[in-house]
Design a binder for this molecule. Structure first.
Ligand code: XMP
Ligand code: MG
Length: 180
């Protein structure tokens, strides 16, 4: 159990579990994208460790780029997606895979997939480490999913609570202090 600012975080997914599942996702992607030279778009900041682990195990020749989006304010969706660093590459006629840390309401992924399809991508799929099905409000189809989780706030392995906790090796669930 760890404390960040005024909150307590309890271990939920261990590093070995994360790695095992991410290796499986890499195998699936290798199979599906063989010969397609996919363009992976990593959504910063939260997906940086998921992406690093995924790409270490991926053999398919590919290109990797980054965007930085933000929809969350502290612990909840703001309802708006800000593009802080945009996409430099053309996605025209490319097979695109978005690499995301967590799909919550689905707003971020709904907007990004619509944008990429509108720019002429041949295909757009989502690879996300985590998904909270009970929080989903948008029509988002997730092709590659690490873990479905309860509708609770999580940190670690790239995800943050007010910019803290991204360096934790496992995923932790937030509890109000004293309620854990
Ligand atoms: P939407 O609602 O657009 O949200 O699907 C996706 C983005 O919100 C952030 N997010 C979280 N970040 N712990 C976090 O550290 C969480 O439990 C959480 N839920 C959503 C995340 O940046 C994601 O890209
Ligand atoms: Mg994110």
């Amino acid at each position: 159990m760890i404390t960040i600012k005024d909150k307590t975080f309890v271990p939920f997914l261990e590093p070995v579990e994360l790695e095992k599942r991410i290796v499986e996702l890499a195998r699936e992607l290798d199979k599906d994208y063989e010969g397609k030279n996919p363009l992976f778009i990593v959504v910063l900041k939260g997906a940086f460790l998921f992406a690093a682990e995924l790409f270490k195990h991926l053999s398919t020749p590919c290109e990797i780029t980054f965007v930085r989006l933000s929809s969350y304010e502290s612990m909840g969706s703001s309802g708006r997606v800000k593009q802080i660093i945009g996409l430099e590459e053309s996605v025209q006629d490319r097979h695109v895979v978005i690499v995301e840390d967590i799909v919550d309401t689905g707003l971020t992924m709904a907007q990004l997939t619509a944008q990429l399809s509108g720019q002429g991508a041949s295909s757009v799929e989502i690879a996300t480490l985590l998904h909270k099905p009970d929080a989903l409000r948008e029509d988002v189809r997730i092709r590659y999913l690490g873990f479905k989780i309860e509708n609770r706030f999580v940190v670690g392995f790239g995800l943050d609570y007010e910019e803290h906790g991204r360096n934790l090796a496992g995923i932790h669930v937030l509890y109000e202090k004293g309620a854990e």
